[in-house]
Design a protein around this ligand. Structure first.
Ligand code: SAH
Length: 395
């Protein structure tokens, strides 16, 4: 196979030699030809050394590397890569499992497949492409997924309409791309049931990345009153009730989310009378409620999507955490998260530190949380670390 060659400027080969999977436009000296969007290209150093092969894009990240070996990107390549991702999830006990059937099969750069997300919801795989290169091979990816699961996965759904670049040009629409084309809805996480409308929900439908943190909330919930803010599908609320919370309140600004949280509580507990749910702004709720709680969860959407929004985001984290600390009973537990990729662990901890300091209460960190092992972080691509959490005990 003859791939178009891209040659880098002198000295620009180092990050690829350290397995960082992106080539920025500024590092490029020459392109031998005019690659199409998403075409496979080979990258060489200025003195002709092969560095990697990947998907071309006309933007600032010009190549996303698929392999650092000089190999063809063909059906075998996709089989080997996706099988490797599945073997890792098998080793984690996520598949096969009788208690959990929601997990991430492919986490972009963390699985050395930049631009591709694949989530498993029961017998359906949901593919989300963040690059044109991945979008163009989504049919091969879908067929390979059906093959490696040997009959377990029945359908593959493409949900790239919200994530694909150059949408005007490629006009992506969501829908089934392989298999029987049916929705699996009642799903399991650690034995808890979730009815997830993943075709219309946020991300690929569920915040799979909070699985282990939800489990930790369960361990802390016995005999406690719990407030779950930014609750979405009520994941944390279900786990808190499972752990023996006396009362759980879910707050989310979206009516739809509140409906989903009630539905999921009802799916697990016949008598859901100790669950209350309110469609209201979380800041507003924390400001106005007369209630105080033994355990509060803060899992807001990303406050900063870009570097220039960082300062305001840190202020927002500080305000939110302070408002929650005011509503915590003595000895109360705060589960606080940030999923903003531009907010690093130290920045986030400092924002929570400031909130604790202003509250004038003693506080200790019990756990430092992150994303689970089916959302791996490529050590050469630290940009992939986004979920940060702290569990704080406030006196
Ligand atoms: N904790 C959830 C995921 C949270 S996603 C889980 O475990 O699945 C973020 C949620 O915050 C979304 O459901 C969104 O509707 C909600 N949201 C966004 N802004 C909000 C606000 N100001 N007040 C309350 N909820 C908000």
């Amino acid at each position: 196979m003859n791939y178009i060659k891209i040659t880098l400027k002198p000295g620009k080969e180092q990050s690829l030699q350290r397995f960082h999977p992106w080539v920025f436009s500024g590092a490029i000296k020459r392109i031998d030809g005019t690659p199409d969007e998403g075409e496979v290209v080979e990258v060489f150093s200025s003195d002709g050394l092969f560095l990697g092969i990947g998907h071309y894009h006309s933007g600032s990240i010009t190549v996303r590397i698929l392999s650092f070996k000089q190999e063809p990107i063909n059906d075998d390549f996709w089989s080997i890569k996706l099988r490797d991702a599945l073997n890792h999830r098998k080793a984690l006990g996520l598949y096969p499992s009788t208690t959990t059937n929601i997990f991430r099969l492919v986490h972009g750069e963390g699985d050395n497949l930049p631009g591709l997300i694949v989530d498993i919801y029961g017998d359906t795989a949901v593919v989300q492409c963040h690059s044109i290169g991945m979008y163009l091979v989504r049919d091969i990816i879908a067929k390979t997924i059906l093959k490696i699961f040997e009959g377990y996965i029945k359908s593959v759904y493409d949900k790239s309409s919200g994530t694909l670049p150059l949408r005007e040009k490629f006009n992506p629409t969501d829908g089934f791309i392989a298999g029987e084309g049916h929705l699996s809805s009642m799903l399991l996480e650690y034995g808890n049931k979730f009815d997830i409308s993943w075709d219309e929900g946020q991300k690929t439908g569920f915040f799979i990345d909070q699985r282990e943190n939800r489990r930790l909330v369960q361990e802390y919930s016995k005999g406690k009153t719990v407030l779950n803010t930014f609750g979405y599908t009520g994941g944390f609320s279900v786990f808190a009730l499972q752990g023996g919370a006396t009362e759980v309140t879910t707050v989310d600004s979206s009516e739809k989310a509140i409906f989903l949280s009630k539905k999921n509580v009802a799916a697990n507990f016949e008598n859901g009378s100790n669950h209350k749910a309110f469609a209201v702004d979380a800041f507003e709720y924390l400001r106005t409620t007369k209630d105080t709680y033994d355990l509060i969860i803060l899992d807001p959407p990303a406050f900063a999507k870009h570097r220039d929004a960082l300062k305001n985001a840190l202020q927002a984290y500080k305000r939110l955490n302070l408002a929650a600390i005011y509503k915590l009973n003595p000895g109360g537990i705060l589960f606080t998260f940030s999923c903003s990729q531009v907010v690093n662990r130290t920045d986030f901890r400092n924002a929570v530190f400031s909130a604790c300091a202003i509250s004038g209460r003693e506080a200790s960190i019990l756990h430092q949380l992150t994303q689970p092992a089916d959302h791996p972080i490529n050590i050469y691509h630290p940009e992939g670390e986004y979920l940060k959490g702290l569990v704080i005990r406030v006196k």
